[in-house]
Design a protein around this ligand. Structure first.
Ligand SMILES: [Zn+2]
Length: 327
């Protein structure tokens, strides 16, 4: 994945389209100003379950690690799903150079460490070929995600935006479209009934945080308190980068030229962490400055009920207002 332009159009993309505005049925999304989700005190989300779904090992670390860590700190039980096996690796300058097989193993190990760093209870690797998800069975992926949603009883999902503009990576939009369908179908009583015979129950996902290369921003999450966990998650992403050990690598290459960057400190650990905070999280810092916090992540947020095709809220409101007693 190319990251240099990740947030290049954030500012230009912040205004909602008329269609998106119409889709936001409940406040605070009714206005064009994105809602700022600040840190909560205590654990208001205790008892709820968060499912973070990524195509690749670096997606959640780069795009949503602070929000995942924040929601888990605020009470959610978290799970992480990775759809691909990351066998294509990434540009050698960003991560760890290696063969296709080495990419698979490195990213598998890194993902386990990312899940641990963010406080997830468990993670699942679905093992689809990297960059080859365009022609996998969408129904198969939906079914696998439905099973996971029902298994962990997911209330909230974080994933790529299924309708994000300018998305080049087929793995991103395939997993996003499968997630959106699965969130709804998992709550239905006639879809995949054999799962109920195996002990699962219908479970509809309530709300969704979608991230994208050119996001439609309806929610800004203040991740200032969780910034060190976001650094940890990106430091764990050694195989794919662009955090990993690039800081210590740069420190070593400078030393060979008898040079030193004060930013990188006096040991490899400090070099890795300070490099990530300065360079990898730069966009989060710039977003924070725009929205009045130190570090931020941004999302197209789908609130509970916004996409519920099974219910017409107008009927319920009409019944409440006009129903009379039979007696
Ligand atoms: Zn990706």
């Amino acid at each position: 994945m190319l990251r240099r332009k990740f947030f290049g159009n954030l500012i230009a993309g912040s205004a909602m389209t008329p269609l998106a505005a119409a889709a936001q049925l409940s406040p605070p999304q009714a206005t064009q100003e994105p809602y700022l989700e600040r840190a909560s005190t205590g654990q208001p989300h205790k008892g709820k379950v968060l499912l973070a779904v990524q195509a690749h090992s670096d997606d959640v670390p780069l795009m949503a690690a602070g929000t995942v860590a924040k929601l888990i700190e605020e009470g959610y039980t978290g799970y992480l799903v990775r759809a691909s096996n990351d066998d294509m690796g990434d540009s050698p300058g960003l991560g760890t150079a290696g063969t296709i097989g080495e990419n698979v193993l490195g990213n598998e190990r890194d993902t386990a460490e990312v899940a641990r760093a963010l406080g997830c209870k468990q993670h699942f690797d679905l093992n689809y070929g990297n960059h080859r998800m365009a022609d996998i069975s969408l129904n198969e992926l939906i079914c696998r995600l439905i099973l996971i949603i029902r298994l962990v009883k997911a209330d909230t999902v974080i994933c790529w935006d299924p309708w994000g503009h300018d998305e080049e990576n087929p793995d991103h939009y395939m997993v996003a479209r499968a997630v959106e369908a699965a969130c709804w179908m998992a709550g239905r009583a006639h879809d995949y009934p054999e799962q109920f015979a195996a002990g699962l129950q219908p479970k509809e996902v309530q709300d969704k945080y979608y991230f994208a290369r050119r996001p439609e921003i309806t929610r800004v999450v203040d991740i200032s308190t969780q910034v060190d966990k976001k650094v940890d998650a990106n430091r764990a992403n050694r195989a794919k980068g662009p955090g990993g050990h690039l800081g210590s690598r740069l420190r070593a290459s400078l030393a060979k030229r008898n040079l030193r960057l004060p930013l990188l400190g006096n040991d490899d650990d400090s070099a890795d962490r300070n490099y990530i905070k300065e360079f990898v999280l730069r966009e989060n810092r710039e977003l924070g400055a725009k929205y009045g916090v130190e570090y931020a992540e941004v999302f197209h947020y789908i609130p509970p009920g916004a996409a519920d095709a099974d219910m017409d809220p107008g009927v319920a409101a009409y019944v409440k207002e006009h129903a009379v007693s039979l007696k």
